[in-house]
Design a protein around this ligand. Sequence first.
Ligand code: SF4
Length: 365
Amino acid sequence: MTIDEPIDEPIDESIDGPIDGPPINNFGAALRRRFGGRIQRVSIDAGFTCPNVDGAVAKGGCNFCDNRSFSPSRRVRLKQVHDQLSSGIVTVRERYKKVAGFIAYFQPATNTYAPVEQLREVFELALSFQESGAPVVGLAIGTRPDCLPESVLELIEELGERSYVSLEFGMQTIHDDGLTWMNRAHCHEDLINAIDRSRGRGFECCAHVILGIPGETHEMMMETAAEIGRLGFDAIKLHNLYSVRGTPLGEQVLRGEIKMMERDDYVKTVVDFLERIPPETIVERVSGDAPPDFLIEPKWCLRKSGIRQSIEAEFAARGSRQGSRYVPPEIPPSERQVPADNTPDAIRNQIERRGRLPVLKMEQG
Ligand code: SF4
């Protein structure tokens, strides 16, 4: 369990600048507006694996992902999910006195890659959690764009009718060369198919983007920025590429073959990026990091609040804000055609056709 910090550490709104209000539509403030108080996310590992690890679409996983624990045969009982939520909430309460509610954040692995009935069990368990004085107000579900068949989207839509649900799409970049370099084993077309079938169904669609992929120019990253508004994402998470121990990327960085983005370059690129997305898109994160013992490079990403302050200062120096260079697409996202579901058969088999996974088979409680 980890506490997901950035959600409730809003960008400092006190910095004076030539613009009115904060330069970024940040997540902490958006949640306060919606729920009337501080909302904190608690990270849950539901024991799922990933089709990029178990061989359904590839093996080995993404080059930056420490997926050694994502064995296809690993097991997590519903009781353990309950206990993670319980202990996570205790930890949050020790750190923050006033918390109005919690979001159960299904973070590691691919959290829509299991039979739908079992996905329902685990998501319902989280939403019904009642040990704490503050409620679980919703779910955040991290997944790959090729793991969203209609059966899963219908479940998420149903949950979204009664709770806050954020579906986090691993987009990373719109450039297939970058996706191939990361060994994502999906292409950008898969992301387009998934968001075009998800938008406007009552849950929040969040794009997870990585900046600093080797071979990507500034212009290419700005092309990814333009896609956020073109596809109509409700929210975005920006991460700098970082390397951790035990991953192919980490090995390459240790051998000196790959360099991570410098801090100043990253700050300017984030501001350039945010200027090009719609002003109403919720910004959930502006950088990523890993536990210090596992992080190889860059070390600067450990100082998250300093990065946020530098981003605000860059906005102030430019006199700009999120969306100031946004160009709306010719076809508004709401008018885009809804395509046929292109979920790969190997993934659909795991979600819709095979029997229950042993994972989560145990008795609850
Ligand atoms: S798709 Fe996600 S869980 Fe799977 S290997 Fe890549 S980063 Fe890890």
